[in-house]
Write a protein that binds this ligand. Sequence first.
Ligand code: NAD
Ligand code: ZN
Ligand code: ZN
Length: 345
Amino acid sequence: MRAYRYTGPHRAELTEIPVPEPGLGDVLVRVGASGACHSDLGILAAPPGAFPVPLTLGHEVAGYVESLGSGVSGWDIGEPVVVHALFGCGRCRACVLGLENRCRVVGFDGLGLTRDGGMADYVVVPETHLVRTGDLDLTQAAPLADAGLTAYHAIELCRDALRPGTHCVVIGVGGLGHMAVQILAATTGVSVIAVDVEDAALELAARLGAAHTVRSGPDAVEHIREIVGPFPDGADVVLDFVGVTPTLDTARAVVSRGGRLALVGLGQGELTFRPTPGNPVTEMPVETSAVVPFWGNHQELAEVVALARAGHVTAETQVFPLADVAEAYAKLERGEVRGRAVMVP
Ligand code: NAD
Ligand code: ZN
Ligand code: ZN
């Protein structure tokens, strides 16, 4: 079968490898669609040794049950599924509560991260990591596995602050952000202020339900402040799906006292809280809390799938044949993908 494999820093290739065998408790999934996440670019840029090699990329996978490993029953051959690709130890206090993304034992484990992922014709997945997708198109189902799930989980962590009529700023309306705009619209009643550097991303945000759009840059804080009001008022929640220093500065500058910052983007920026002339205590509004969401749990994936099946969440996709996977990542790196790039074998 074909597999797009990471082989070392800045190196990946589409290559032929044997179809893997499903072991005890596993299902062999024939891949129907596999999304390209910005984090994959982070894997490619990571220092040597940070990720195992060779490694098939792809942690956003939907497909069909192809065959069952020993001990597995209850799945129909050909049944469509989406993969919950995050692994915890299964035994620690976080895992037994179903919070594998807070596992106290395993640092970082997932398909396409530490185990072979879904940028391939087939992938082996433990049956406990599958969610049925019913009649959902698989190019729609795949982006739910990370873009949808991570956005949903970040919103879950802020849900008590997302009251109808309040403001939520969404910074970065890409794969994750465009799902967040829709999930907010479908489940909260907040007024969404979408922020991006690309006009096309802002147009997409407006189409998906954002009440306001603001171009990221030096004037962004002033424009957002015109909507949310002056300090110490502000946006009740800011979801930053970029995480570079300029977006973190914007997030801190527009959040209200007692507000919530969700730092999802892995842009390696710095968030400071020094005193300033205008705010002699700290430039971070007091009583603000910051949370660093990580992916999401199995039940949350089932809930995002339910939202999608009910028509509340629709991924904006750019579909590529698996043969063009390298080109898809190059476009993602150049900022030329709107919504999610999805590979179809
Ligand atoms: P993406 O490339 O699809 O989208 C990024 C968006 O941000 C694009 O629309 C881009 O135009 C916009 N953008 C870039 N610079 C900006 C700036 N300075 N101001 C405003 N907008 C800007 O990326 P994605 O796949 O949605 O991932 C987003 C981030 O989230 C990445 O850093 C990724 O690694 C991270 N991520 C984190 C988790 C987690 O669990 N915490 C999970 C998945 C992805
Ligand atoms: Zn990802
Ligand atoms: Zn654990």
